[in-house]
Ligand binder design. Structure first.
Ligand code: UD1
Ligand code: CA
Length: 464
């Protein structure tokens, strides 16, 4: 039985921000959500978050975030004053009273931990029946981290904070990652004994570890996993590490990335093999892209489902569904629940909003369609606009199968165009149009034979 607790009460002064550090975002999630995500697979029986600085905000932001698998609700524990990591964990004494099991403690500012690493930590802890097991790493630059001293059998001797180390002790590059597994009954016993006898005059959780036995310290294979975020530079670096991970993973699974460093992909995105992502392209949120599709260069796809063999060139697609073999762009914008059929063409400078297109329908140039349902094989002529907004309400436009709108037509909604209709170029359509007809709604062209503009010389002559 495992409970988890996350330390998230600090402000994070070095972020130079009003926002609590753990709410800063990396990719599609806050740091705290990343940490919560990394423990999902362990399926903890309780999830406690220790909050302090702007705790209402932290609680509110987390209330809306739900993980993939159903987990017990978050329990928030307030630490009114931040007197150190040991003091933070002391706040658990009352809510966790009588808990029989292990407690995994994580810092809220360590977002890159792999679930596998946590599983391994827990497994080592349980198999060896340790009082505590801590995660350590060998860092090229260990500055600022607590140093861990252990025996050849991985048994902990001591953790000493960087600032409390002697120069010789500082030579040790094995650091405390801030990820701990405790037998709760043992931790509960030592927590009340902590003192502030150190350089920062704080209650250190690391002291609790020093008081327990046996404690094992195990090294993480990839030290990048345990990097903590203390400032914006580290936040940016962590994002780069995350991106490298995600992109290498997709390349292994058969996705081509052209100039990967210019591409960003959220970890919530799904790609099929033989997708090609061109430079300067960003894939965000719950997006999925089908095999053989080519996205970019210069495109943003967010919360959208893209079918197979689709091309998207210099375009933005959000909250939409694009069926197979449809071509989008250059310079198109699909937003607010667009659904296209297959083999459609949505071309240059076209905006679609809350619009549904059937199969093989084209909107090739300079159009806006909003709140429109168009059938199959419809051709929307260049410059066609649906006037969907009367200043108060939005209204729908329906266009039947095989109908064609001439260039520069305006369809004033609500309006229904039947099937096999032709709308003459330049028409302003305000009334419904039945099936099988031509609709012309513009004034006739007038020809005035022999007419010409009077020139200045003519006027002078007249005056003479
Ligand atoms: C801590 C460890 C250090 C380790 C490092 C790893 C201690 C004494 N030291 O140092 O050995 O190498 O993490 O990143 O534990 N927090 C609270 N309440 C508090 C103080 C902190 O909730 O009163 C939270 C912070 O919001 C943060 C986490 O605990 O999420 C770690 O605190 P921080 O001050 O960053 O500890 P470090 O000095 O980094
Ligand atoms: Ca830290």
């Amino acid at each position: 039985m495992v409970a988890i607790a996350i330390l998230a009460a600090g402000r994070g002064t070095r972020m130079k921000s009003d926002l609590p550090k753990v709410l800063h975002r990396m990719g599609g999630r806050s740091l705290l959500e990343w940490v919560l995500n990394s423990v999902e697979e362990i399926q903890p029986v309780r999830r406690l978050v220790i909050v302090g600085y702007r705790h209402e905000l932290v609680m509110e932001m987390l209330a809306n975030s739900q993980g993939e698998t159903p987990l017990p609700a978050l329990e928030f524990v307030e630490q009114r004053e931040q007197l150190g990591t040991g003091h933070a964990v002391q706040q658990l004494l009352t809510p966790m009273e009588g808990f029989e099991g292990d407690l995994l403690i994580l810092n809220g500012d360590v977002p890159l931990l792999r679930p596998q690493t946590l599983k391994l930590l827990l497994q080592t802890h349980q198999e060896n029946r340790n009082a505590a097991t801590i995660l350590t790493a060998q860092l090229p630059d260990p500055k600022g981290y607590g140093r861990v001293f252990r025996t050849d059998q991985n048994l902990l001797q001591q953790i000493i904070e960087d600032r409390d180390c002697t120069p010789t002790q500082r030579q040790n590059h094995r650091i405390n990652a801030g990820v701990y597994c405790f037998r709760w009954a043992d931790l509960g016993r030592v927590l009340p004994q902590l003192t502030t006898n150190n350089d920062q005059k704080e209650y250190y959780l690391t002291d609790a570890v020093n008081y327990m036995k046996p404690v094992m310290a195990i090294d993480v294979e990839d030290y990048q996993e345990i990097l903590g975020i203390n400032d914006r530079k580290q936040l940016a670096d962590a994002y780069t590490i995350l991106q490298t991970r995600i992109k290498e993973d997709w390349m292994k699974k058969g996705v081509t990335l052209i100039d990967p460093s210019s591409i960003t992909i959220d970890d919530t995105v799904e790609l099929e093999p033989d997708v090609v992502i061109e430079p300067q392209t960003h894939l965000r949120g719950k997006t999925a892209i089908g095999a053989g599709s080519r996205i970019g260069p210069g495109s943003l796809i967010e919360n959208s489902q893209i079918g197979q063999n689709v091309t998207v060139l210099y375009s933005v697609v959000t909250d939409s569904y694009v069926a197979e073999a449809t071509r989008i762009g250059p310079y198109a914008h699909l937003r607010g629940h667009v659904e296209t059929g297959s083999h459609c063409r949505i071309g240059n400078f076209v905006e679609l909003k809350n619009t549904k297109l059937g199969d093989r329908t084209n909107v090739a140039h300079l159009s806006y369609l909003g709140d429109t349902i168009a059938g199959n094989q419809v051709n929307i002529g260049a410059g066609t606009i649906t006037a969907n907004y009367d200043g108060v309400k939005k209204h729908p436009t329906h266009i039947g199968d095989r109908s064609k709108t001439g260039s520069n037509s305006v369809l004033v909604a609500p309006v229904t165009i039947g099937e096999d209709v032709n709308i003459a170029a330049g028409s302003t359509i305000t009334d419904d149009v039945p099936n099988n007809c031509l609709a012309i709604a513009r004034s006739r062209q007038v020809i005035k034979p022999g007419w010409r503009l009077k020139s200045n010389s003519d006027q002078k002559n007249m005056g003479d």
